[in-house]
Write a protein that binds this ligand. Structure first.
Ligand SMILES: [Fe+2]
Ligand SMILES: [Fe+2]
Length: 193
């Protein structure tokens, strides 16, 4: 399996790999597009870590596992086309805390805590959640947020209206303008396409 190969190349022990997969696997049955999104964000984070000079093992695991809490969200909400109601949105917004709770005991052996990163992955956006103020967000959280945002616009699993590459580039550059230089580098490196 590709994930095991990548984990092995990053020097991550099979024991940690099994823990990661234990959390990731339920997404397959609950909502396959979220599972596939997680694999892509893991891959994007890994590749971008080299450009950004961040710990590749931490970035890969953070990307793979940031949305595992969605396995506990109603699949009808996860797959709903169009706008969520206020109640559905409130339910959806629980997922970073659920991810944190699932991961908190399992990933202490890294330079950064994977559960903390998952908790914060929607904090650096316009309608941020959970509600908390982070004065100095870590670069690792910023990079994960960027990869998550890019993949969401690139694929738009719950919408028939897809964006072309130029549109995605424009949206990502506009919405994540504080990371403009990094975004340029990611396009130059062919990590963003
Ligand atoms: Fe998320
Ligand atoms: Fe995500």
């Amino acid at each position: 399996m590709e994930i095991y190969k990548t984990l092995d190349e990053l020097g991550i022990s099979p024991e940690i790999g099994e823990r990661a997969l234990k959390h990731l696997e339920p997404l397959k049955t609950v909502h396959m597009p979220t599972y596939n999104h997680s694999l892509r964000v893991g891959e994007l984070c890994l590749n971008a870590s080299k450009v950004a000079g961040l710990d590749p093992a931490v970035m890969y695991l953070s990307g793979l596992l940031h949305d595992v809490g969605k396995a506990k969200i109603d699949p009808r909400i996860l797959g709903k086309e169009g706008k969520l109601t206020a109640e559905e949105m409130a339910e959806m917004e629980k997922h970073p805390i659920l991810s944190y709770e699932m991961l908190v005991d399992d990933f202490h052996d890294f330079s950064e805590d994977i559960a903390d990163i998952a908790l914060l992955h929607h904090v650096m956006q316009k309608n941020s959640y959970p509600k908390m103020v982070i004065k100095d967000p870590k670069r690792i959280v910023a990079l994960l947020s960027l990869m998550d945002f890019y993949d969401a616009y690139k694929t738009r699993p719950n919408s028939k209206m897809k964006y072309g590459s130029a549109d995605v580039r424009e949206i990502v550059t506009r919405e994540k303008h504080d990371q403009k230089d990094l975004i340029e580098k990611l396009y130059e490196a062919g990590i963003f396409t």
